[in-house]
Design a protein around this ligand. Structure first.
Ligand SMILES: C[S@@+](CC[C@H](N)C(=O)[O-])C[C@H]1O[C@@H](n2cnc3c(N)ncnc32)[C@H](O)[C@@H]1O
Length: 210
């Protein structure tokens, strides 16, 4: 990907992802995690400080070596052991039915074949397991949606494949998940930033799975 994608973008994402409004939603999405947690798109480990005590281990899936290196300090300070278990959410290395929870924050926007990644999440979740999501995506207002489609090609080039128009609840439902808890709103900030700031907080499970 070159210097921008490999070296600079992970640092920029680390800085942008630490904003107070984003941190508030990280705390909320991590609150119910427990047992073995697989984190899709671990990045620089910005969720690590918010893993609750009920989490016994975290399996981090992250393609960026720079992101993983940036997470070193947070992992070292964590009471929860974190192991890098794979490089691609589209091809998880874990066996079927092996994790209690999957966490995804600001990552479903970026994984190229998101339907495939969600099928993998279903495969590795134990019966009764839960998917915990904080993501940005398609806004409900046509005026905002227009301004999500227009900059999306540039957004994808600059931000490592990040889409603005993914319909997160629809994608989860299509993948066979039931949305057990769901909240969506524009993040705080100027109206101009709304195309980048429609956030979803969702807890999902597979119906009839335990
Ligand atoms: C916007 S960052 C979010 C990072 C982190 N989840 C957070 O909340 O700060 C998107 C992350 O998705 C990762 N990513 C990109 N393609 C991926 C893939 N195929 N599987 C898993 N993660 C991927 C990127 O390397 C990056 O760390």
């Amino acid at each position: 990907m070159g210097v921008w994608g490999d070296r600079l973008l992970p640092r920029l994402l680390d800085s942008m992802g630490s904003a107070p409004e984003i941190t508030r939603l990280r705390v909320a999405v991590c609150a119910d995690l427990h047992g073995t947690v697989l984190e899709l798109g671990f990045g620089s480990g910005l969720n690590v400080p918010y893993y609750p005590a009920a989490v016994t281990e975290v399996l981090a899936v992250e393609p960026s070596d720079q992101g993983w290196a940036l997470s070193e300090r947070r992992r070292a300070a964590s009471l929860v052991p974190v192991r890098r278990s794979g490089l691609d959410g589209q091809r998880l290395t874990e066996p079927d039915d092996s994790v209690d929870c999957v966490l995804s924050t600001l990552t479903l926007c970026t994984i190229p074949d998101v339907a495939r990644a969600l099928a993998e999440v279903r495969r590795v979740l134990r019966p009764g397991g839960t998917l915990h999501v904080f993501e940005h995506g398609l806004a409900p207002d046509p005026g905002v949606e227009t301004w999500q489609h227009r900059p999306e090609p540039l957004q994808k080039r600059v931000f490592g494949g990040c889409h603005l128009t993914r319909d997160v609840p629809w994608l989860l439902t299509e993948a066979g998940f039931r949305l057990d808890r769901r909240d969506a709103q524009y993040l705080d900030g100027p109206t101009l930033m709304r195309p980048w700031g429609y956030g979803h907080l969702i807890r999902a499970s597979v119906p009839g799975d335990g």
